[in-house]
Design a protein around this ligand. Structure first.
Ligand SMILES: *Cc1c(COP(=O)(O)O)cnc(C)c1O
Length: 399
């Protein structure tokens, strides 16, 4: 089928809620994807970190195929023989007591919002309906009405109100504003350790550590959203490890799927997770055997192939090489591990045309927030593949 027809059908029969680059992909393996005409591209977006393990990883595919022959869905009305092993693996890997599986990232965040509020009422003693959650400007935590209600991005929220109360917004990385935002009704500070959708924004060193101390002081929960930054992306299994702290609550998703089947989870201590009693929260597909088998394999690949260490060393290499490009267009390069933003100068116009030129040369990267080219390839990328991409990136950014 021609790429043109595929794009026209999508346009004709679906909503226009995305503005994709004009390429129709039909095949993927490792860091590579192919369009419907057989042209090969390197995927430098990795589906916003959902394919950290690379496209169609054979070990995850095998686990999925094996499970497809056995059992795919039971609902939580019964037990299945895979979920227990999945949550055990996830807890052991992350150091949390408990994991509550969901499907999409937004659902994991919603689960966390419910948990920290209920913890506030049941454990901390916050008066009914007074719980406050502190969040950051330019956050991205998903697309539900509650979540976009505390977004500061007009296009995410305009026209979707009325919104749920109970959220207080502070500037990202501003420790003084954070300190001033707490009160006795604060139940949690919800934050991304690096803001991905906002353009790979890294907060000042020590921000998370100080946030940890403030949460302790106010008896509030530090709730990190690592749906994009977690599972190896920044050169640590979780981005919070860079600051040597531990959050009370964590959301993971995206790469937990290995790109095969949506799986997310909310992780917390036994004390926090104990607020949920039968009937108080649920999901038809959450914890299903197919998703559990896929997520187990996705986590195994991260560990077995040492992808976290690869993200660290290759990320440092890519960052150093990018910073050395003598480009009239690059303002600066920021990020951690293989989570990198190339910020284009305002005087050079938006990032989109650079992404379009990269696409012509076989590198798929997507602009985020106008001026930023996000470079976040699958973590299975090799140094040779990075050099291949760099050649093309230089070509586009030097002249
Ligand atoms: C992608 C993302 C989400 C939402 O995940 P979905 O699976 O799209 O619902 C939430 N938080 C962060 C930090 C994300 O990057």
């Amino acid at each position: 089928m021609s790429q043109q027809i595929a794009m026209e059908l999508t346009d004709r029969y679906s909503a226009r809620n995305y503005n994709p680059l004009p390429v129709v992909l039909s095949k993927g393996y490792g860091v590579w994807v192919e369009d419907a005409d057989g042209k090969k591209y390197m995927d430098m977006l990795a589906c916003y970190s959902a394919v950290n393990q690379g496209h169609c990883h054979p070990a995850i595919k095998a686990a999925m195929l094996e499970q497809l022959d056995l059992l795919t869905l039971t609902s939580r009305a019964f037990h299945n023989d895979k979920m227990g092993f999945f949550v055990q693996k996830l807890c052991e890997l992350s150091g949390f007591d408990k994991a509550l599986p969901m499907n999409t990232g937004a659902e994991a965040v919603e689960t966390g919002i419910k948990a920290v509020r209920k913890w506030g009422y049941k454990v901390k003693g916050v008066p009914a309906d007074k719980a406050e959650i502190i969040v950051c400007a330019d956050n991205f935590h998903g697309r539900t009405t509650t979540i976009v209600g505390f977004s500061t991005e007009p296009s995410y929220r305009d026209g979707f109100g009325p919104f749920a109360p109970g959220f207080k917004v502070i500037p990202y990385g501003d420790i003084d504003a954070l300190a001033a935002a707490f009160n006795e009704n604060t139940v949690a500070f919800l934050v991304e350790p690096i803001q991905g959708e906002a353009g790979i924004i890294v907060p000042p060193t020590g921000f998370l550590k100080q946030a940890r101390a403030l949460c302790d002081k106010w008896n509030a929960l530090l709730f990190l959203d690592e749906i994009q930054s977690g599972l190896g992306r920044t050169g640590k299994m979780f981005c919070f490890e860079h600051e040597g702290i531990r959050p009370d609550c964590l959301t993971v998703g995206k790469a937990l799927s290995g790109g095969f089947y949506p799986v997310s989870a909310f992780l917390a201590s036994s004390e926090v997770m104990a607020v949920f009693e039968p009937g108080q929260h649920g999901s038809t597909f959450g914890g299903n055997p197919l998703g559990s088998a896929v997520a187990c394999a996705a986590l195994d690949v991260l560990v077995d192939e040492d992808l976290v260490a690869k993200a660290e060393t290759l990320g440092a290499y890519l960052m150093e090489q990018l910073r050395a490009i003598p480009s009239p267009h690059i303002d600066f390069v920021r990020g951690k591990g293989l989570f990198i933003g190339v910020v284009i100068k305002d005087s050079s116009g938006p990032a989109r045309p650079f992404c379009e030129r990269l696409m012509e040369l076989g590198v798929l990267a997507k602009e985020t927030h106008n001026q930023v080219i996000r470079l976040a390839p699958p973590l299975v990328i090799t140094k040779e593949e990075i050099d291949w991409a760099l050649e093309r990136i230089r070509q586009v950014l030097v002249d």
